[in-house]
Design a protein around this ligand. Structure first.
Ligand SMILES: NC(=O)c1ccc[n+]([C@@H]2O[C@H](COP(=O)([O-])OP(=O)(O)OC[C@H]3O[C@@H](n4cnc5c(N)ncnc54)[C@H](OP(=O)(O)O)[C@@H]3O)[C@@H](O)[C@H]2O)c1
Length: 342
């Protein structure tokens, strides 16, 4: 049995959900991948825990002060980092140092926070390429909604012409509530905050930055583009007024906050803003906290995926889907290394 050591940096709602799901799936990893998965370290901003033999679920509540930071993860002997810290696309956030240190020493990284990937995507991709480490980001790129996986696997070989995504659950809920429950923006937002799916400071979602971040990740990591925030025009939903809603209702149009990317031979153009759809369009029916992506390719036409899931479990599951991709790739490498067929 192949021992695979995992460390989790960032141990809030998502980090903990990931740890619990990882430990609950250990038998699956043994049976499907022949891997003995051990959670050897977890940490928050100032405290953590490490055990080379593997942490058990009952031990995860008592973190010890002082155990944190990239050097702590390095010392844990982890083979794979799962990064689930706070996201900040303007600075890269604390995740950047963890991901840099892991990739440069050849440790595979599964990244859940978007900030470092948006801020320093090309650098991190280059680091992974040069060290041979794998860099996966399903949790960051719309989590339960498959995005990069569709490009890498389901649509492999096709030329992508256009991507259109409802990538932020909060804004989709807000627009839905304004259109169908007759709520004003502030009232809809208060309900989303009371329900725990809008942040106390919701601007990252409502002003379109979260959608823009996800679109950049899909473009840069799924299509090998090189977009930065400066390349996008970004508009949110914060200025939508009652008269906009009334006009859309009269025209039987459904508004959605959408990240859209169009590719031509010479350029990739991307933008975030409200677009309206007739009821005949499948995107008009993506309601509430659901997300969706429509990918148009030269040879396979239109592919649409719609997804949601209860958070933080759904995001944890997206990150652990990446883990299974890594385990499969590691097994293939090992088999090639021992002269077997890949
Ligand atoms: N919540 C969701 O449903 C969801 C969905 C998709 C993606 N995400 C992304 O997942 C990430 C985590 O979300 P969350 O809801 O779990 O956030 P959270 O509950 O606020 O947890 C963030 C964690 O990061 C830790 N942290 C902060 N600075 C750190 C540092 N320098 N080193 C190590 N750890 C550090 C915090 O530690 P302390 O507790 O010590 O401050 C905390 O444990 C975010 O980037 C978010 O955007 C979340």
């Amino acid at each position: 049995m192949n021992v695979v050591r995992i460390a989790i940096a960032g141990f809030g709602g998502v980090g903990r959900a990931t740890a619990n799901l990882l430990l609950a799936r250990r038998e699956r990893y043994r049976q499907v991948h022949g891997a003995d998965i051990r959670l050897v370290a977890v940490c928050g901003s100032r405290s953590g825990l490490a055990d080379a033999d593997g942490l058990e679920p009952g031990r995860l509540d008592a973190l010890e002060p002082g155990l944190s930071g990239p050097a702590f993860i390095e010392a844990s002997g982890a083979d794979i980092l799962i990064e689930a810290g706070p996201s900040d696309f303007r600075t890269g956030g604390p995740g950047l140092a963890y991901i840099r240190s892991s990739l440069s020493s050849g440790r595979d990284a599964i990244v859940i926070s978007k900030g470092a990937l948006v801020h320093s995507g090309p650098e991190l991709r280059a680091l992974a390429r040069s060290s041979g480490a794998m860099l996966k980001l399903s949790g960051a790129a719309a989590a339960a909604l498959p995005t990069i996986d569709l490009l890498e696997h389901s649509l492999k070989g096709c030329e992508v012409l256009e991507i259109e995504g409802i990538l932020n659950a909060t804004t989709n809920y807000l627009l839905d509530a304004m259109m169908n429950q007759n709520l004003g923006f502030d009232e809809a937002l208060a309900r989303a905050q009371a329900g725990g799916f809008a942040e106390a400071d919701p601007r990252n979602d409502t002003e379109g930055w979260d959608t823009a971040s996800k679109l950049i990740l899909i473009a840069n990591f799924g299509l090998d583009a090189d977009l930065t925030m400066d390349d996008l025009s970004v508009e949110g939903v914060q200025s939508i007024a009652a008269h906009d809603i009334e006009a859309w209702r009269k025209q039987r149009l459904v508004p959605k906050l959408v990240g859209r990317l169009v590719r031509t031979d010479s350029a990739t153009r991307a933008a975030v803003g409200v677009r309206t759809y007739p009821p005949s369009d499948p995107l008009a029916h993506v309601s509430g906290k659901n997300k969706a992506i429509r990918i148009t390719t030269d040879a396979m036409g239109e592919t649409i995926a719609i997804g949601s899931g209860t958070e933080p479990l759904a995001t944890a599951a997206a990150a652990l889907k990446d883990l299974e991709h890594i385990l499969t790739a590691r097994a293939a490498r090992a088999s090639r290394g021992s002269g077997g067929e890949a």
